[in-house]
Design a protein around this ligand. Structure first.
Ligand code: FRU
Length: 440
């Protein structure tokens, strides 16, 4: 009912109960999308880090599978990744799912666990840890197969740079290089890297906390090349590129082994500034919508394009529905140079979105969006460059979140909101809004 868990999203992944942060170890295999996540089984604040597991046939409908990797003598289980070892390079078995995570104990070290039942249960590798260092913030290993040099590559966060390692067998790792000194934003610790091949280029994903454009956590990235040993950024060192211009998009990494060469990523939809205090009950935090990444050029630079995965649209009725509901998708078209979309309820709570075609910006103001007094950093207006004219906008509302995407993928903005009642009114100026309801 409305009173019980009024903020729990209807089409975003959430844990059944307890705390969740980063998505971990995501992979696709035999028609199933696997998502692990940073989980506290014993409470709704950050502690006791454990990997829990959910699965989905379509990236929208998720089933909880329980805990997958638990703390041991080396420490609690921090973020990491999985690969499907098709050629049995590690000797754990053909098609074994091999997980890499950070053991967070007296030191942060990298460990392996493997699964021979499609990611349901894991055994820890006996010779853990497999990578150690003196760097205090040394974590979030992300592994992929590098076709060109026929070896595995592991990238991890080491303070304010990313370290790259190579291996033939997933167990013995050789340090290759580091990237980051002097490049991009250094307002915080670098975390949760990913290295993605897109077209002929490579994109290094670098989550950073704090240092985000509106305070706290955010996702920056670098476009360049990777030769199996070293990542080279193609932009000037001072150029900073953000994947999302909201306050609640963090720890974004990709699914391994995704079908048809797709690059599908999933964010954690919160911000370390207030994640432990958001006013949800029973559980804390959701994932953002699954997104597909690509590249586009604008003003002499290459940028990552961000679009909702096609599976997201399939979850909504094609036929427009008249009323705005707590879970909805808004298709916005017919933009004039100055346009605004206001969502509101009869409590006077509202979110104001505005497009300025002359200056090429889109903004979202959540200062009067509802509950905001749980943390001083929550109230905010976020602003994004639109990299050209906006023709269409897709806006996804799900009880406590609003995600706005430019139709061509040139801008994404993800923000939490906690209205005391769902917004049920739309006031649109200088554009046309069509509402689509979630399929029942
Ligand atoms: C990012 C992060 C990771 C770490 C994990 C711990 O949000 O700080 O760097 O592995 O969360 O839960």
């Amino acid at each position: 009912t409305e009173n019980r868990e009024k903020f729990r999203p209807e089409y975003h992944h959430t844990p059944a109960y307890g705390w969740m942060n980063d998505p971990n170890g995501m992979f696709y295999k035999d028609g199933t999308w696997h998502l692990y996540y940073q989980y506290n089984p014993y409470g709704s604040q950050w502690e006791n880090m454990t990997w829990a597991h959910s699965t989905s046939p379509d990236l929208i409908h998720w089933q909880h599978q329980g805990e997958a990797i638990q703390p041991d003598a080396l420490g609690t289980v921090f973020s990491g990744s999985c690969v499907v070892d098709k050629e049995n390079t590690a000797g754990f078995g053909k098609d074994a799912v091999v997980a890499f995570y950070t053991s967070a104990g007296a030191a942060q070290t990298q460990s392996i666990a493997y699964s021979t039942d499609n990611g349901r249960t894991f055994k820890k590798y006996v010779d853990n840890p497999v990578i150690t260092s003196d760097v205090p913030d040394f974590r979030d290993p992300n592994v992929f197969w590098h076709e060109e040099t026929q070896q595995w590559i592991l990238i991890l966060a080491a303070g304010q740079q990313m370290n790259i390692y190579s291996s033939k067998n997933l167990k013995d790792w050789k340090y290759e290089s580091s990237f980051g000194e002097g490049y991009g934003n250094h307002g915080g610790v670098w975390e949760c890297p990913d290295l993605l091949k897109m077209g002929g280029k490579w994109v290094l994903v670098c989550n950073i906390n704090p240092g985000g454009p509106f305070g706290g956590s955010a996702t920056q990235y670098f476009v360049g090349s990777f030769d199996g040993h070293k990542f080279t950024c193609e932009s000037k060192p001072e150029v900073t590129k953000w994947m999302d211009y909201g306050k609640d998009h963090y720890a974004t990494v990709s699914f391994s082994n995704a079908p048809d060469g797709r690059i599908v990523v999933l964010p954690w939809m919160s911000n370390w500034q207030y994640a432990n205090q958001v006013p949800t009950q029973q559980y804390r935090s959701a994932n953002g919508l699954p997104r597909e990444l690509g590249l586009f050029s604008y003003g002499g630079e290459d940028y990552v394009s961000v679009k909702p995965a096609p599976e997201v649209y399939a979850a909504f009725d094609k036929k427009p529905s008249g009323r705005l509901q707590a879970a909805a998708y808004l298709e916005v078209t017919g933009f004039r140079n100055n346009a605004s979309i206001v969502l509101s309820n009869d409590k006077g709570e509202k979110v104001v979105m505005a497009y300025d075609g002359k200056n090429g910006t889109f903004s979202m103001d959540r200062n009067a969006s509802g509950q905001a007094d749980f943390n001083n950093d929550f109230k905010a207006t976020t602003v994004a460059p639109t990299c050209g004219k906006v023709k269409t906008l897709q806006i996804f509302i799900d009880r406590c979140s609003i995600e706005a995407f430019d139709g061509e993928g040139r801008m994404a903005m993800t923000n939490l909101v906690f209205p005391s009642r769902p917004y049920d009114r739309i006031t649109a100026k200088g554009c046309k809004v069509t509402v689509h309801a979630l399929k029942k």
